[in-house]
Design a protein around this ligand. Structure first.
Ligand code: LLP
Length: 425
């Protein structure tokens, strides 16, 4: 059986039933219940290779753990030799637990705590992506006290418009991320004088779900100008890290192919043979490797509008509510039911609780729907709002389906809460 294609990994197979790899989704629903997240190992693997094959060592690809941090997902990537981009001590611990190597970790994150810095130094992570002067001083002090050396890059804000949703654009002047480009040279010079610090690179991340190459190239241009001015003052970088951000196809977007995006950057870097390129893709590795499987509870018509009410809500998949993000939603079994035009909504008590608006589909109560492209920023952004236990996660590999996170129980949901003593009288 050939591996599924990255952008169309889930396909209607025999009897018009949606499959993931060799398994029909109704079988997954029967075995694990709904709602549930379902991932394809083949697609994760294929997406990873699209990056890693373009960037052999000393270049490096560091998967952005925040997109999907399930231990089994990290394990699959660690086995493929991935590096990891993390933003918390918790994500570092996950990488190690899943079999990743500390030396392959880059630690981004805007407000690293003392404890996180110490933990990262003890493990000997690859490098810190430093976001401010104050953080630099803190890392220097802690590393010196521990008699360690912290390898660092500065996250520089290149002030480039990523042309994406304002909540996921990060490289503009009024974002909280990184140090301003005009202060970068002075900050590097200061860092070069501090104990416990070894400068290794520079990094940026201009935003997420970018569908054009130009903003990346504009950012690269500014990063290379910084490399030049650093070289002039005797500071030599080993690599530049251009962050993540490559978009995927949710509906009709046409992001650049991974190879063209990487080759365009490598071409521009041809004059810098000693400089390696690091990338931190998240979404491009996992988004289209996953679906959220949900069951239609009711069809409702309020005299004005139709609603397809499903058993997954904004607590399970927040992206539509938070970013008005579009996820295609399809009936898992091609249906002859009457066509409905309306909103796909969840059980959460919020008007903003929708998974899709103004959709047209043939659907009846009891049908299974697949919310597509849900492998990135799906489960990782889920919550227990409305005391809804979070859904299970399932990894499909060929004809096997593995439960990689059990559905939460109510005991799980209120673990750590306690009652107070009864009041007297
Ligand atoms: N590196 C850094 C420093 C980042 O901040 C991010 C994402 C990435 C890499 C990975 O970016 P990607 O390749 O996945 O675009 N929750 C939002 C996305 C937030 C992204 C935050 N940073 C969403 O659901 O669209």
């Amino acid at each position: 059986m050939p591996n599924a294609k990255p952008q169309q990994p889930f396909f209607h197979g025999s009897n018009n039933v949606l499959h993931v790899e060799q398994i029909a989704l109704p079988n997954i629903a029967e075995r694990f219940g709904t709602p549930c997240y379902v991932y394809s190992r083949a697609v994760i693997t294929e997406n990873w290779r699209a990056f890693s094959e373009q960037l052999p060592a000393p270049h490096k690809v560091c998967y952005a753990v925040k997109a999907n941090s399930n231990l089994a997902v990290l394990q699959v990537l660690a086995d493929l030799g991935a590096g990891f981009d993390v933003v918390s001590g918790g994500e570092i611990a996950r990488v190690i637990r899943a079999g990743g190597k500390a030396a392959d970790i880059v630690f981004s994150g805007v407000a690293k705590s003392d404890a996180e810095i110490r933990y990262a130094l003890e493990l000997g992570i690859g490098q810190f992506n430093v976001e401010s002067d104050a953080e630099l001083e803190r890392i220097s002090a802690i590393a010196t006290a521990m008699q360690h050396t912290a390898r660092i890059s500065f996250r520089v804000n290149p002030d480039v418009d990523a042309k994406t949703h304002p909540y996921i654009a990060t490289g503009l002047e009024d974002n909280k991320f990184g140090i301003p480009m005009q202060e970068a040279l002075a900050t590097y010079q200061r860092a070069a004088t501090l104990p416990g610090i070894e400068i290794v690179g520079a990094d940026c991340h201009i935003g997420s779900q970018l569908t054009e190459i130009e903003p990346f190239l504009a950012a690269l241009e500014r990063m290379l100008a910084l490399v030049d001015s650093l070289t002039e003052v005797g500071i030599h970088l080993h690599h530049i890290d251009m962050g993540g951000g490559l978009g995927v196809t949710y509906t009709d977007e046409e992001p650049p192919q991974v190879a063209s995006y990487i080759q365009a950057m490598l071409k521009r870097m041809a004059d810098y043979p000693h400089l390696s390129l690091y990338l931190e893709p998240g979404r491009a590795i996992v988004a289209n490797a996953g679906v959220l499987l949900t069951k239609v509870e009711y069809l409702k018509f309020n005299g004005h509008k139709h609603f397809i009410m499903v058993d997954a809500g904004m607590n399970d998949l927040l992206r539509p509510s938070l970013y008005q993000a579009h996820h295609d939603i399809v009936n898992v079994v091609a249906s002859n039911a009457p066509e409905v035009h309306g909103d796909v909504v969840g059980p959460v008590c919020e008007t903003g609780d929708f998974l899709g608006q103004n959709r047209t589909m043939r659907v009846a109560a009891g049908d299974l729907l697949a919310v597509k492209s849900a492998g990135a920023y799906g489960f990782t952004m889920s919550s227990n709002y409305n005391t809804r236990p979070r859904p299970p996660e399932i990894m499909v590999a060929g004809d096997q389906a593995f439960l990689i996170r059990a559905r939460e129980t109510l005991e799980d949901v209120w673990r750590g809460e306690s009652l107070i003593p009864a009041s007297e009288g």
